[in-house]
Design a protein around this ligand. Structure first.
Ligand code: ATP
Length: 256
């Protein structure tokens, strides 16, 4: 019989916690052991970047943390609450309420205007149309998108579309923002823009977990996790706090 982990609802519980996460993808070829046992806690107000080579399992990890994929084993806690028993519908609700997600290719609804894209998650969460509109206006002004409300996503630059995606992810004031390569399809100007905006939201207290190849983007974080072959190889605060991981060289030695 499987044991349900305890769900302490402590005041100081991490915004996000994962324990023993494992995920293997079964596609056409050999099984891909994308996540091989990950323990992780993200505290309120942290800005964490997960970096690592292509295929290391970074996106899979982010999908597990946001409930977009289910782990084979292990558990995820949101604000101290275990998500093991969450249905798909419950995860969808929690993603609207507690987790904003930004993807590399924006995932905006192409036949909805900028304004409607940003307001949609608020309306789905039961916010009144008046309040959703007010939130949208404030965020679009903050993100330098005034005057673009009636534009369709296809009429915007990549950087602008990513700013709309950021507004949509933040419209319900989620305690946690997850971002999967948010600058992956942008040029260097767009990358600088996204980096600056994430830093600004972080300075205001937004908790962020970001997956990226981009060193500039990772350098905006205050903690960088190196992910290698499905495991955390290194986990270090950028203020000189000693690493808590075994180090990438340690992992390479272990593999040899
Ligand atoms: N849906 C899937 N079906 C089969 N294999 C998958 C699937 N998703 C990911 N994989 C495999 O799992 C491994 C980890 O992929 P993942 O996308 O998590 O890595 P990543 O570190 O995010 O890579 P990248 O930086 O290139 O996006 C890879 O070997 C990938 O091919």
């Amino acid at each position: 019989m499987s044991r349900t982990p305890p769900s302490p609802r402590a005041e100081d519980a991490p915004v996000l916690r994962a324990e023993g996460l494992v995920k293997t993808h079964h596609g056409e070829g050999a099984p891909a052991h994308a996540v091989r046992g990950v323990d992780l806690a993200v505290q309120k107000g942290e800005f964490v970047a997960v970096t690592g080579p292509s295929g290391a399992g970074k996106s899979t990890l982010l999908h597990l943390l946001g409930g977009l994929q289910r782990p084979d084993s292990g558990s995820v806690w949101l604000d101290g609450e275990c998500t093991d028993a969450y249905s798909e519908a419950r995860w969808a609700v929690e993603r609207r309420r507690r987790i904003g997600i930004v993807f590399q290719f924006f995932n905006l609804v192409s036949n909805l205007s900028v304004a409607d894209n940003v307001e949609l998650p608020a309306l789905l969460a039961g916010v009144s149309p008046k309040q959703a509109r007010a939130e949208r206006e404030e965020l679009l002004a903050e993100l330098g998108l005034e005057g673009k409300e009636r534009s369709m996503p296809g009429e915007l630059s990549g950087g602008e579309q990513q700013r709309v995606a950021l507004a949509r992810a933040l419209v319900n004031h989620p305690p946690l923002l997850l971002a999967d390569e948010p600058a992956g399809s942008l040029d260097s100007k767009g990358t600088r823009e996204v980096t600056r905006l994430l830093s600004r939201f972080h300075q205001r207290g937004q908790t962020i977990l970001l997956v990226t190849h981009d060193a500039r983007l990772a350098s905006a974080a205050d903690r960088v996790i190196s992910f290698f072959d499905g495991r955390i190889a290194d986990d270090a605060a950028l203020d000189g706090t000693p690493s808590r991981g075994v180090g990438i060289s340690g992992v390479l030695e272990l593999k040899d």
